[in-house]
Design a protein around this ligand. Structure first.
Ligand SMILES: C[S@@+](CC[C@H](N)C(=O)[O-])C[C@H]1O[C@@H](n2cnc3c(N)ncnc32)[C@H](O)[C@@H]1O
Length: 262
């Protein structure tokens, strides 16, 4: 195991011991282990080599070519779970589960984790990328959720308009110019569509905020992950569309989420 870790460390893996252990557990034979180590050493993200990511304590399937859910996004999930728990009446009037939408869902990690942490919910996830949708289906369908393919809100069932309690969004927010300075793992192995937020990084968030009022239930919440330095501008997008906005952050996870509603 020490030799394996040394190879991975030489290839630039910071958490070489942990990765060596995970790859050894995943391999069914010495030949398979060698193939996994070679893929990882060539710069393929660990999660793509393993086929899964640890997210909020869950094992989320992640296919090659699909955005790898980040630790910092666990903060978005926790904030959504707090809101769902605090808005839930002690005695549910109709027994109807609150509607949760995970927009720009990638692997579906955000929606799946919210459903597990704060369920029961009626979960819908959506993404424009067919590869992401296929991956999200494997993570979300077993939890009773639905996954839709298309641009932002377009593929969601119309019956959800005005009924969404939690709209949780981790859309691309890296300014186009910033992509070239991202780590190679992201630049080479995650689709540009999953990273590039346009000139100021806010192109997709701008469209999400503009249409959110049509989909939120009275008292519903929009949560958008953003970066610390973009937080004020993301909050401004909420206010421009008649929504309240507050910026929540976690130093521990280096995470920023803007939260608002009517
Ligand atoms: C930063 S990744 C986040 C994925 C997932 N929410 C997560 O946190 O792991 C952004 C995702 O947004 C999707 N996306 C980009 N533009 C979109 C659009 N116009 N409509 C729907 N999804 C979009 C990408 O395909 C990608 O899966």
């Amino acid at each position: 195991m020490a030799a394996l870790a040394a190879r991975l460390r030489n290839a630039g893996c910071v958490f070489a011991e942990d990765e060596a252990r995970l790859l050894a557990l995943a391999a069914g034979s010495a030949g398979e282990l060698e193939a996994l180590v070679q893929r990882r050493s060539s710069g393929v993200p660990l999660e793509h080599v393993l086929g899964w990511a640890d997210f909020c304590g869950l094992r989320i399937g992640v296919d090659a070519g699909v955005f790898v859910p980040r630790r910092r996004t666990e903060f978005l999930v926790r904030q959504a779970a707090v809101l769902l728990r605090s808005s839930r009446p002690l005695v549910p009037p109709t027994g109807k589960a609150p509607v949760v939408v995970d927009l720009c869902c990638g692997s579906g990690a955000v929606g799946a984790a919210i459903a597990v942490l704060a369920g029961p919910v009626e979960l819908h996830a959506a993404d424009v990328d067919p590869a992401a949708v296929g991956c999200a289906r494997r993570n979300v369908l077993p939890l009773g959720g639905a996954v839709h393919e298309g641009d932002l809100y377009h593929p969601l069932p119309a019956r959800l308009r005005g009924r969404v309690e939690v709209l949780a969004v981790n859309a691309p927010y890296v300014p186009s110019e910033g992509i070239k300075t991202m780590p190679q793992e992201a630049r080479l192995h995650e689709p540009r569509l999953s990273l590039d937020g346009g000139a100021d990084g806010l192109d997709v968030q701008r469209r999400v905020a503009a249409a959110a009022p049509q989909w939120l239930a009275p008292g519903g919440h929009l949560l958008i992950e953003t970066s610390q330095h973009q937080g004020v501008r993301t909050a401004e997008l909420f206010r421009q569309n008649g929504l309240t906005a507050r910026v929540a952050s976690s130093e521990e996870l280096d995470a920023t989420v803007v939260i608002g509603g009517f």
